[in-house]
Design a protein around this ligand. Structure first.
Ligand SMILES: [Zn+2]
Length: 312
């Protein structure tokens, strides 16, 4: 089967825990993904909110270099993709397609030109904030409920000129609607669920109906997140919770806008979803519970692939 996922923290964990991408006890390794006929993964460098200024950038550089080393060591199985042509080339060579991303615009340190450095490094998506505030705007758990700063507006415009994907996961609502106003190309929420879960984390972090409507109307993309807190409550956070979310998004007309951003190695997930080896089982579960095979093929691969080809 084909699988394309828009967010994982695996490379950061490889760096922090000194583990190899080839084979490990994390959620993702190359041994396990060889089960897919086609596999693409956006690998995030997550910048913790404690890191700002030069410490944010030097942390990014360290994790980025770890990403480069893992790609180089495993070059027969995985390829870093800088363009849509690279994606097609990786898939035709039966290699995993890896795209470097950054989760947290604090990596810029308030310097717009640093976007050019990131672009040269191969970064093709940046999540504007994590949970807190930075020079671009405010995350969904920040005290400041304001929207994008003037710097943030300049950042999203420049990102779209560079063909770097603007990611609104973690961003607060004002910021989200500012992105919609100050961009003209599609943008995405790489790893965000819907506001159908009642707990304080999900209520702040998941997308409202109005946000989902904007993303669908603007040819955007939404990656479903496996994080237990954002999927459900009281242990109902497994495959049934994924089914409930998909049904909800389909009801809202997001059939062509839905993908996965599973957040593997970035959060706690239900045992039945605890690792990329469970993805084929999830596909079968959803098929058995009434989601059409063509719709599942769209969600597991085609929607995301189409989005990347259109926007990279
Ligand atoms: Zn995240």
């Amino acid at each position: 089967m084909k699988f394309l996922d828009f967010h994982c923290d695996t490379i950061g964990e490889c760096y922090l825990q000194s583990k190899s991408l080839s084979q490990n006890d994390l959620h993702i390794d190359l041994q396990r993904v060889s089960a897919f006929s086609v596999y693409g993964q956006l690998f995030a460098v997550w910048i913790p909110d404690e890191k700002r200024g030069e410490s944010a950038f030097s942390y990014y550089c360290a994790v980025r270099d770890r990403f480069y080393r893992e790609i180089a060591k495993n070059s027969s199985r995985i390829m870093q993709c800088f363009s849509k042509d690279d994606l097609q080339s990786a898939f035709s060579q039966k290699k995993a397609a890896a795209v470097l991303t950054v989760e947290g615009g604090s990596v810029l340190g308030g310097d717009l030109e640093r976007l050019d450095t990131l672009y040269r490094d191969g970064v093709r998506l940046m999540t504007l904030t994590w949970n807190g505030s930075n020079a671009i705007g405010n995350g969904c758990f920040a005290e400041n409920k304001g929207g994008l700063t003037d710097f943030g507006k300049a950042v999203v415009r420049k990102m779209q000129c560079l063909h770097m994907l603007v990611d609104v996961s973690h961003l607060n609502e004002r910021g989200f609607f500012d992105v919609a106003e100050y961009t003209d190309k599609p943008f995405l929420a790489s790893h965000s669920n819907a506001k159908i879960v009642k707990n304080p984390y999900a209520e702040a972090r998941n997308l409202s109906g109005a946000q989902i409507q904007v993303l669908t109307e603007r040819d955007g993309l939404i990656g479903l997140n496996f994080c237990a807190d954002f999927l459900g409550n009281d242990g109902n956070t497994g495959m049934d919770a994924v089914l409930r979310h998909i049904t909800h998004f389909l009801d809202l007309g997001a059939e062509k806008n839905l993908a996965f951003g599973g957040d593997f190695d970035g959060c706690t997930v239900h045992p039945l979803l605890n690792g990329i080896e469970n993805i084929p089982l999830l596909f079968d579960y959803l098929l058995q519970h009434g989601i059409a095979e063509s719709v599942l093929e769209d969600i597991f691969f085609q929607n995301g692939y189409r989005f990347l080809i259109a926007n990279l």
